[in-house]
Design a binder for this molecule. Sequence first.
Ligand SMILES: Cc1cc2nc3c(=O)[nH]c(=O)nc-3n(C[C@H](O)[C@H](O)[C@H](O)COP(=O)(O)OP(=O)(O)OC[C@H]3O[C@@H](n4cnc5c(N)ncnc54)[C@H](O)[C@@H]3O)c2cc1C
Length: 409
Amino acid sequence: MDFTFNEDQKMLRNSLRDFLEKEMAPMIKEKEPQGRPLNHEEAVDVLKKFKKMGLSPDIEDMKAFGGDASLIGIMAEEIGRVYPGIAIIIGYSIGIGALIQFLPDGMEIKERLLSRIKRSEVIATYSLTEPDAGSDNRAMKTKAVLDGGEYIINGRKTWASNGPISDLCLLVVKDEKEQQQMFLVDRERSPYESNELGHMGLKLASTGELFFDNCRVPKDNNLTNIMAKILSGGEGMKLLGDFKIPSEMLNLFTMMTPVSLVLAILRTGMALLSVGISQAALEASVNYAKERVQFGRPIGKFQLIQNMIYEIAVITETSRLLAYKVLNLLSRGDPEFRKASSMAKAYACEEVVRAASYAIEIHGGMGLSDEYPVERYFRDARMMTIPDGTSNMNRLIVGGQILGMSAYI
Ligand SMILES: Cc1cc2nc3c(=O)[nH]c(=O)nc-3n(C[C@H](O)[C@H](O)[C@H](O)COP(=O)(O)OP(=O)(O)OC[C@H]3O[C@@H](n4cnc5c(N)ncnc54)[C@H](O)[C@@H]3O)c2cc1C
């Protein structure tokens, strides 16, 4: 068992850290206190900066990260360390944008969006939650009804990250048979309205409601059908071109519904972002404990301060181990992936709140001041337990899988 990073992994971490400190941190320091989410133009600017680092929805860029799942971990952790809101903008836009490249040639959405996606100009959102369907997403009411060559979609979604500034939506709806289906919706071709929802942390990330009012989407944009075609192998596999997905991983995907697969991936991402926030809280606390002098000595000399440093460090390390284990299970196509992603999400996202709270305590009054970043770490950490399945729901998934019985079905 080897827990050390190899040279490639270290190189990615160092260059990404350097890029984030130089290109992102000053912008975040300036704009986050304004409390306003980035608009479309500003979000595209962020996306384009990441493209220069080789992180983009372009399949040619993605190939560099295809063979080693821990690189995903390093990226998410490092972005979380500097500002998790950035991960929301680029994560959805890269992940969902990349899907367009695997669609059959000639499809309208591919023709319309591909070149803009390759230039990192398309902001994407994922929309599952509705006002009356949060934890219980099966209660969703948004409906897609087939009408000739198009589906007509009606309904109201909420809490869509990037939703208000999105060009492209990965939308979960119900069809006439009450089955959940995922659609790719090109906003310009199939307009939907939106509004912004404010929240306590992740202030630069735009989040909002989406309104689908007789929104007409080409029949072919049903991603659930396209995924089924790819997973069934044979001709469908040709859609992947020379992009290699290990067969074990593909097998895993056949064992999960598309929605639970997307949620398990998002939960892993949330756990990794929480590791990044905990790491940032640890670094800030160590620096402060060495500098701040009370009773004639640095506060780091006091045993109770050392105990809080221990707590933050052990939260960071335990969360990291859980999250990287999930990546390992995913890359090996292990059926434990879903349970492990819920375990990592519930643990890391709850514990990061405790870590950030200790960081505030170590900073004393300055911990509550916006002169230091720890008050932001706390606000951002507190945002982690709810999206992509609350801690309760993830505990129920883990408990249910261990016991072989579900608490809510
Ligand atoms: C900032 C932010 C970003 C988000 N981004 C997205 C996004 O991009 N796309 C998207 O689709 N959604 C997104 N969401 C929505 C998020 O996934 C939901 O808020 C979440 O799933 C919880 O749903 P809810 O808010 O309706 O809470 P509810 O489901 O109403 O839950 C309320 C409380 O009841 C508990 N509860 C519910 N059912 C049970 C049960 N069976 N047993 C025990 N406890 C239970 C919950 O754990 C919670 O504590 C986002 C939310 C936020 C706040």
